[in-house]
Design a protein around this ligand. Structure first.
Ligand SMILES: Cc1ncc(COP(=O)(O)O)c(C=O)c1O
Length: 423
């Protein structure tokens, strides 16, 4: 499977990889020195203004839909551009012989950040690819049950429904309504659905509709006691919440890297516990479906090595800020606007605001007002971009700041929300 890679590794030493002249290197060094000297807190606006300068954030609009997809810092954009130019000098040579040598070091660095063995980690394009690989690739037979929730991400629900149609598996939906600021109740609702036929539970670590953090570890512990496999969708938890994947006690974990890691758009990651790798068929077969080699999930055909190599620069940026500092800042930003917004007339917060229950994302609505009206008014009058979210009982604008968001941006949001509350 690795013939081409082994061959080129022998042929070319890594010193052949052209050095990337990143102009922002000094900038990152400056940030790093600032952190060492000042240990900046989540409310140190001088520090976070510097972080904003690392991005090329729009001056025309305030982007508060980073949950959809996040921009990359300039250093990451430059890396992708550099690799793209290089690839176009002679694509098959520079991509397959030169850049391909960067994949294993990248795997190691990502694995270190995620707290896992590199041999358990595949690099791909997004959370959908990661999780659909697992959902469509695992062996399940007619009558086997899978527990999931209507608040899981639609792409994954579609994949499970396809298995229901094709293989006759049974989908058991947790009877839950969000927001629910009671983890014991959430756990109980999942446990209520477990039976002797349950083979898998699908868990979304942070629910995209309202940003609610689910108690995945506790549900996973209960699932494991019953021999149930655990799939975790970490699209909104990875590179934002401070945790290592093994702490979740799951078997499979998929995430995008273009959300909270700020990696190039079209990058993702799949983790599968070592002993489970052989049990999952790859989405794109490579001739060795039962292989125990995680690289069987990377048989994509021709793809963008430029995007892949950009991930390492995003990881560097993330590590410079520090995951915990980032989590604290993002929770601080959410608290900053939600606390004031809560005093507005007719406000309906669809996110539980307690520390344990949410971090960056919150969803705000108003009585008798459609999500679309809030979103379009925020944009038309205040040039604030949010995501209109109408799902089950949630009917509001989802607001997602990122590390480059400042409190000034959120003051503008508060002006917008105040205006809407009087409409
Ligand atoms: C919870 C969750 N899972 C998975 C995805 C899919 O991510 P992607 O489009 O990068 O595959 C999203 C996207 O918003 C999401 O919110």
């Amino acid at each position: 499977m690795l013939n081409r890679r082994n061959f080129t590794t022998k042929l070319l030493s890594s010193s052949f990889i052209p050095a990337l002249a990143i102009k922002d290197k000094g900038f990152l060094k400056g940030i790093s020195e600032w952190i060492t000297k000042n240990d900046p807190s989540e409310s140190d606006e001088d520090f976070w203004n510097q972080i904003r300068l690392a991005y090329t954030a729009s001056q025309q609009i305030v982007n508060l839909n980073n949950g959809g997809v996040s921009p990359s810092p300039k250093v990451v954009q430059d890396a992708v551009e550099h690799f793209n130019k290089l690839a176009n000098d002679a694509p098959s040579y520079y991509m397959w012989r030169i850049m391909d040598q960067g994949r294993e070091p990248l795997r190691e660095n990502l694995a270190k950040f995620a707290g896992v063995d590199p041999e358990e980690l595949a690099i791909n394009r997004n959370a959908t690819e990661s999780l659909d690989t697992v959902i469509l690739g695992m062996s399940l037979k007619k009558g086997d049950q899978v527990v999931l929730s209507k608040y899981d991400y639609p792409n994954m629900l579609h994949a499970w429904r396809q298995r229901e149609i094709r293989d006759g598996i049974e989908l058991k939906y947790v009877d839950i309504d969000l927001p629910l600021e009671d983890n014991d109740k959430v756990i109980e609702k999942y446990l209520d659905q477990f039976t002797s036929k349950t083979k898998v539970v699908h868990l979304t670590h942070v629910v995209n509709w309202n940003g609610q953090i689910l108690p995945v570890r506790k549900i996973a512990d209960e699932a494991k006691k019953r021999g149930i496999k655990v799939v975790v969708d970490g699209a909104h938890s990875f590179a934002i919440l401070e945790f290592k994947i093994p702490e979740l006690n799951c078997d499979y974990f998929g995430t995008s890297l273009h959300k909270w890691l700020s990696a190039p758009i079209g990058s993702g990651m799949l983790w599968i516990k070592k002993e489970e790798i052989k049990n999952i068929f790859p989405l794109i077969p490579n001739g060795e479906p039962f292989s125990e080699n995680i690289r069987k999930f990377e048989n994509l055909g021709t793809r963008s090595f430029m995007i892949e190599q950009g991930i390492g620069y995003a990881l560097n940026f993330q590590n410079t800020i520090g995951n915990k500092r980032k989590e604290d800042r993002l929770r601080y930003l959410k608290d900053y606007w939600t606390k004031e917004a809560m005093s507005l007339p007719k406000i309906k917060m669809y996110t539980p605001l307690g520390k344990e229950y949410s971090c960056a994302i919150a969803n705000v609505g108003f009585e008798e007002m459609e999500a679309g009206t809030i979103e379009s008014t925020l944009f038309a009058k205040f040039k604030i971009h949010t995501s209109p979210t109408k799902w089950e009982k949630i009917n509001g604008a989802r607001v997602t700041p990122h590390v480059y968001t400042t409190t000034r941006d959120l003051d503008r949001l508060l002006d917008g929300l105040s205006y809407i509350s009087k409409m």
